[in-house]
Design a protein around this ligand. Structure first.
Ligand code: HEM
Length: 360
């Protein structure tokens, strides 16, 4: 637990039973209430349209996006069949790592996700397009002063996507909608899954026994990923505005949910702050509002299956050739993305640690 961590402040408020955590902002932590409210049709995602005209979904945007989501579902859900292809792409990135050295897990995870995740959406990796996505996200995270820069970055990404082929099953939609959909997938599927992968590598480095278990049984990678997402959900806060009264909350109430807070509830997860992937071994299903790194309900993450496949495959590929060891702990993040800022991981050739032990 780190001083000044906004997630810990929220958790402490929840323990004290505080529900009003900001002007008009109500924190919901009870798992049942979380599941009910987050998934109800009156709970609207707050989206601030900061885009240029080209990248706006327009007045019927929500209906169009929901139709796109429905069309994407079978394709994004069937991603497991691509595990072999994913492994090949991860291997290409990991081949650039030194056998012995130090890496920035976030930086390397961004590279893996750009190659594999964006590669899946586009049908082939496209470093130039991923570079534009990266640039747009970086500019968007900066203060308002740079609005002009953001508009230029948005235009550049949109134009590049329109001129690019993609692998989505959206041929029934017009070209503009299709480009917007691909853009949404590329932006939402970049830093967030990279942060999840970076946290997972960070935890693995601190837990050599989990590395050994994955080498012995690659299926254990899924348990490691679920546990890393429990402790470190990259999207650690979710807000929804109610557009109708629900459960005694009046219309217009803004509700705050936190996977970080709920997922460290000792009543559901014994030793809540400990990294214990074994708790997922028998595939237990916690109550829905107790574990929701991908959110819940109609606006939950459509890329969850893709992300879980990508992460599990990456762990197996990395551990084929490398041992991970702790090097530098992360610093606290204050922003919306929870990632292991400033962390470093040491690399050793596989078998190195065991050899070191046997020779004393
Ligand atoms: C471990 C990795 C990931 C995590 C933890 C994650 C988590 C989330 C969460 C919590 C939301 C809801 C955000 C909100 O409503 O405020 C979300 C939305 C979304 N995610 Fe993911 N995500 C991951 C990976 C991906 C990937 C790989 C893709 C794309 C290929 C993706 C695409 C999206 C999209 C398009 C939305 C917006 C859905 C909507 O508003 O209807 N995500 N994600």
């Amino acid at each position: 637990m780190l001083a000044g961590d906004p997630r810990e402040r929220l958790a402490a408020a929840a323990v004290r039973g505080v529900v009003e955590v900001g002007p008009g902002l109500r924190l919901v932590t009870d798992p049942r209430a979380t599941a009910r409210l987050l998934a109800c049709s009156a709970a609207r995602t707050l989206r601030v349209e900061r885009g240029v005209a080209e990248t706006s979904w327009g007045p019927d945007g929500l209906a169009t996006w929901m139709a796109v989501r429905a069309a994407l579902r079978p394709w994004l859900g069937g991603v497991g069949g691509q595990a072999g292809e994913f492994a090949e792409r991860v291997r290409r990135v990991v081949a650039g790592w030194p056998a012995r050295g130090v890496i920035d897990p976030m930086r390397e995870s961004v590279r893996v996700v750009g190659e594999v995740g964006a590669g899946f959406v586009l049908g082939e990796p496209s470093p130039s397009l991923v570079g534009l996505v990266e640039r747009e996200l970086t500019v968007a995270a900066r203060p308002r002063l740079l609005r002009g820069g953001l508009r230029a970055a948005q235009r550049a990404t949109y134009a590049a996507i329109r001129g690019h082929r993609d692998a989505t099953p959206l041929s029934d939609f017009d070209e503009h909608t299709r480009a917007l959909a691909v853009r949404t997938l590329l932006l939402a599927g970049h830093h967030v899954p990279a942060a999840a992968l970076a946290w997972t590598l960070h935890e693995l480095a601190r837990h050599p026994e989990a590395q050994r278990e994955i080498r012995a049984d690659p299926r254990f990678a899924a348990a490691v990923v679920r546990e890393a997402l429990r402790l470190h959900p990259p999207v650690w806060r979710l807000e929804r505005r109610l557009d109708a009264p629900v459960d005694g909350f009046p219309e217009g109430t803004v509700l705050l949910f936190s996977p970080y807070v709920n997922q460290r509830d000792h009543r559901v997860f014994p030793d809540p702050h400990g990294f214990r992937p074994g708790r997922w071994r028998r595939d237990p299903r916690p109550p829905p509002g107790a574990y929701f790194p991908f959110a819940l309900g109609p606006r939950g993450c459509p890329g969850a299956r893709l992300a879980l496949t990508l992460l599990s495959v990456t762990l197996s590929v990395v551990l084929d050739t490398h041992e991970l060891v702790p090097h530098r702990e992360p610093r606290v993040t204050q922003g919306v993305l929870h990632h292991p800022r400033g962390a470093r991981i040491g690399l050793r050739p596989v078998g190195d640690l065991a050899r070191g032990r046997s020779t004393g």
